[in-house]
Design a protein around this ligand. Sequence first.
Ligand SMILES: [Zn+2]
Ligand SMILES: [Zn+2]
Length: 397
Amino acid sequence: MYELFADLHVHIGRSQNNKPIKITAAKSLQFANIAKECVNKKGIQVVGIIDCASPYVQEDIENFLANGEAYEILDGGIIYQNEVCIFLGSEIETSELNENGKIGSAHNLCFFPRLADIKEFSREMSKYIKNITLSSQRANISAYTLIDIVEKYNGILIPAHCFTPHKSFYGNCTSRLERIFKEKFEHIYAIELGLSADTNLADKISELEGKTFLTNSDAHSLPKIAREYNKIQMADVSFKEFLKALKREDGRKVLCNYGLDPKLGKYHRTYCEVCEKNILGKAPVTKCDTCESKNITVGVYDRIEIIKDKKQTISPNDRPPYIYQIPLTFIPGLGEKTINKLLNVFKNEMNILHKATFDDIESVVGEKIAKNIINAREGKVKITEGGGGVYGKISSN
Ligand SMILES: [Zn+2]
Ligand SMILES: [Zn+2]
């Protein structure tokens, strides 16, 4: 068995010929660049690129394969330099009738084994989506229907950043996934926790006990790749093996989730849109403690308090550990220049965050920054919680 690091949610900003794909993402996020970044800087061996339903991206993939830089494997996935396996995915926004009779939107990660599969999927989805060339577009169907289309082309569906307030199932569609997927709920093998949640919070909902948790970066720029990732045990690198790991078959499984302390996420706490501040009272917060307004953006922390059906967190026995990591960009005193200095010595961010010793780091960037990195690793930092679309912050003591 191999132990592999996987980040399954990376966007594309522009296609190679400069067509916009995800408008809010960096231009340098292109198919080939992502593969290179994973190999050269991130230590990621499995990457899910989530804008591959765009015909412009498909053209890039075809060129990437045609010039011999990468090849597709029979069991699904594209191998680049024998170092990284790329899964082709598409993030689709579905429309769901929520419990108040209103229409909510949820994001779904759909992954396919082969380029031919996602091309067919894309063709069919263009019936429901106005502009199939762009990322994360809204389809006028429910995920209950979407999952059939995904499976028709050999794919799987994973609810994305499951608890965030604007575009997720628990955030604005439902308090139970089973109400959305009904008898197809058993076809949901995994959910993505999102940056503002962790295992401890998600295991307050009993319908998730049989589901694998994934921690992915949702990167909108190259440096943000692997700010969250998974360690997965597989016998080989392929889509087929990945699927087994999600189902926890034959010893394949997620061994560990690495992610932000959810307090650092953009939507951890509830935010008052009138006072423009986080409401930090006892969860669940339902209105502003200052102006009493109900014009609030409900944070993941409060939302889970509202919908949970367990008093305390009880994780199933086979739930892997969730290890907090604070990405270098969150650590005080670390600009791009210093980060590059560290990367030159330690090869990738994972080594710096989890392995390098204080002395090794100090010899490259000095005592103060070395201390900050080790304190972040050991959880000895103060965190100001995030909310309302603003990340949390850490202070150096
Ligand atoms: Zn999304
Ligand atoms: Zn207020």
